[in-house]
Structures are given as structure tokens and as C-alpha cells.
Design a protein around this ligand. Structure first.
Ligand code: NCN
Ligand code: DMD
Length: 337
């Protein structure tokens, strides 16, 4: 699938499969028979049902789990909004390839494949305080890269990102979609900017929102004007996952902001997405609440690169293992209540 216009993309965002409620109900019925007090595995029971619904399988599988990291660079870094220089993006992409990053360890331990997709790293997006971050063509190219990266045969996908400066577009998107009056409440320190940097970040986001005021009613235009290539690719990948019946584990603030436009376009747009964790970035908690997503983990992480999502694969595997391998009351000869 390759979207040629924003209208075509919008139409695809409105045409979303609902998954199999039947498979989800079958899971709930089996859960009742397993040797545990009713409901005692809490959200692990829900997770098994969620996998079944989106895989459309009574007995879900986790044979092929994959993490994709999309990487992009941002013109707005010239406003002094990050604690690190922009060249770290490309340096970290090399580190991913050499197996030296946190995500390499987490992916291995979660038994997840890892793919890193750099998006025109030598060509940062425009500084959104001065111009739209991306032209429509650039935005659609990034969406299409993300869409095409998702293989139909996956059982679960973790989405992650790498991009120095990208908590600034993430906060700008969150503010543009869910309330632009209090930018300071969407804006945090990202990689650790100091007080002066935080002030510059808030000012840049306010300037961006003012400059792109005309786009604010349109979620896809917001994503093009204020977002970034890796954020657009994550949005495209999330849409593809929905169309292909692949459940999604979502990482931190940046990934959540990236896919928020889909929630704005369709009431059930993120039903196939589970928030793996809430990051330490203060806007993430608020954004998850606005999206009615309940994070699985709260470990004070603020790394990005798909780390929180990949960590939560272990929880999803645990949920499935209990669902598939536990004995029933009958099988084990355990008395029911
Ligand atoms: O997604 C998050 O929750 C998150 C929170 C803080 C930092 N990050 C990562 O840090 C980078 C962005 O931080 P910054 O300060 O450069 O905007 C980018 O590479 C993200 O992967 C990510
Ligand atoms: C070193 C480093 C690693 C990262 N991984 C994701 N974002 C990052 C930002 C920095 C600065």
C-alpha cells in the first residue's frame, strides 16, 4: 500500500477492521476453566483476549515478535531543545547495528527480531517554528515507509524511535491534538535539558503552534507540520498493523504522540494498541489519559528506542503461556468454588 494523498491516507484511517470479538470471547471462556480464582490473573487475562481479538485466533501465538525502530532528524534542534547534539541520532543507529544499545539487550531477552529503519538522517525536517516540518510529499513518504515495514505474518509488533530533539515535536503534537493553552504541561526535559533549555523548548512549541494554527483542526496536517519522519513512520506502521491484524505494543511519549492522530480520526483507532509503559516524560501520563490507554509498566524509563515496548513483550509472553498451558479445574482435579 502506498498512499498518494492525505485524502487517501485519511480514508484508510477511517476504514479499520474491528478484530474478532468471537476469538476474544473464546479466550474469556477458557480463562474461567483454568486453575485459579476467577479473574485472579488480572490484566494478564485481558492481554490474552486482546491478542486473540487482533490476531483473530482462539489460541493466539507469539512465534514472530518484532521491534522496529524508526530514526529521524529534526530541524527544530537548532532552537537548542535537546541536551544532546543532533549527530547522536546517526551514531546511535550505528550502535544499534553493533548490538551496543539497551534495545539490543531487551530485544534478545524478549526473543524479538530487531530492525532499524533510518529515514533521511542527512536531511533533517524543517524547523517547525519557521515552516511546516514536512511537505505533504515528505510526510506521505515517511508514512508509506512505516506502512510497508509491517509484515502481515507478525504475531506482535513493538514500535520504537530514535531522534535527537523528537520530544519537542511529540509535545507539539500532543498540545495541538489535545489542548494548546498549556504547552508547559505537555513539555518535559526529554534527554535532560536544563532549565534554560526547557524554556527554549516551550517557546519553540508555542511558536510552532502559532505558525501552524490553520492546520490545528486536521490531525494529519498537524502530524505533517509539527511532527517528524520517524513519528510519521510509526503512524503508518500502526495503521498497517491494524489492517494486517497485528497487535501493537507502544513505547513511550514520542511513539504515543506519533499515533495520537489516529485516535483523533477514528474513535477505535488505537484499539489494537497496548501501552507498554508510561515514561518519565510528564506529558506521557497526560497523553495516555487523554487516549484512555492504561500502561502496563511504570518504571521511570525515558529512553525511547522501543525499550519499554520490548520489555513488556515478556509480560505478554507470560500472559499467553498461562492461557495456553495452564490446566483446567477438570484436568487437574481441583475443586471449583
Ligand atoms: O519516548 C519517550 O518517552 C522518551 C522520553 C525521553 C527521551 N526519549 C528519547 O530521547 C530522544 C529525544 O529526547 P530530546 O531531549 O532530544 O528531545 C529520542 O531519541 C527519544 O528516543 C524518549
Ligand atoms: C545516548 C542516547 C541514546 C538514545 N536512545 C534513544 N534516545 C537516545 C538519546 C541519547 C542521547
Amino acid at each position: 500500500m502506498s498512499f498518494k494523498s492525505l485524502d487517501e491516507l485519511r480514508a484508510a484511517c477511517l476504514d479499520l477492521p474491528a478484530g474478532s470479538f468471537e476469538a476474544e470471547a473464546t479466550v474469556a471462556q477458557r480463562q474461567i476453566t483454568l486453575t485459579k480464582p476467577q479473574g485472579s490473573l488480572g490484566r494478564l487475562e485481558e492481554i490474552a483476549g486482546w491478542l486473540a481479538r487482533w490476531q483473530s485466533r482462539d489460541m493466539p501465538k507469539l512465534d514472530r515478535v518484532k521491534t522496529i525502530i524508526f530514526a529521524g532528524n529534526h530541524g527544530v534542534t537548532t532552537q537548542g531543545v535537546s541536551a544532546y547534539p543532533a549527530e547522536v541520532t546517526v551514531q546511535m543507529v550505528k550502535n544499534f547495528a553493533n548490538g551496543g544499545a539497551a534495545i539490543n539487550q531487551l530485544a534478545r531477552i524478549s526473543n524479538a527480531e530487531l530492525e532499524v529503519i533510518p529515514l533521511d538522517l542527512d536531511q533533517p525536517t524543517a524547523d517547525f517554528t519557521q515552516a511546516p516540518a514536512m511537505s505533504e510529499a515528505e510526510f506521505l513518504a515517511a508514512i508509506n515507509t512505516g506502512y510497508e515495514a509491517v509484515d502481515k505474518n507478525l504475531d506482535l509488533i513493538c514500535l520504537g524511535e530514535m531522534g535527537i530533539g523528537n520530544t519537542t515535536p511529540a509535545a507539539a503534537l500532543a498540545a495541538a491534538l489535545f489542548g494548546s493553552d498549556d504547552v508547559q504541561n505537555w513539555t518535559g526535559r526529554g534527554t535532560g535539558v536544563d532549565d534554560a533549555g526547557l524554556k527554549r523548548k516551550i517557546a519553540a512549541i508555542e511558536a510552532g503552534l502559532a505558525r501552524h494554527k490553520a492546520a490545528l483542526g486536521n490531525p494529519l496536517q498537524i502530524a505533517a507540520c509539527l511532527g517528524g519522519r520517524e513519528l510519521a513512520a510509526i503512524l503508518g506502521a500502526t495503521l498497517a498493523a491494524r489492517h494486517h491484524g497485528v497487535p501493537v505494543l507502544l513505547d513511550g511519549f514520542v511513539c504515543t504522540a506519533a499515533i495520537a492522530p489516529l485516535a483523533r480520526l477514528h474513535q477505535q483507532g488505537l484499539a489494537h494498541v497496548l501501552a507498554a509503559h508510561v515514561s518519565a516524560e510528564p506529558g506521557h501520563h497526560r497523553l495516555l489519559e487523554a487516549l484512555e490507554l492504561k500502561p502496563l509498566l511504570d518504571l521511570g524509563m525515558r529512553l525511547g528506542e522501543g525499550s519499554g515496548a520490548c520489555l513488556a513483550v515478556n509480560l505478554v509472553r507470560s500472559a499467553l503461556e498461562c492461557h495456553v498451558r495452564m490446566a483446567s479445574f477438570d484436568e487437574a482435579g481441583v475443586s471449583e468454588s
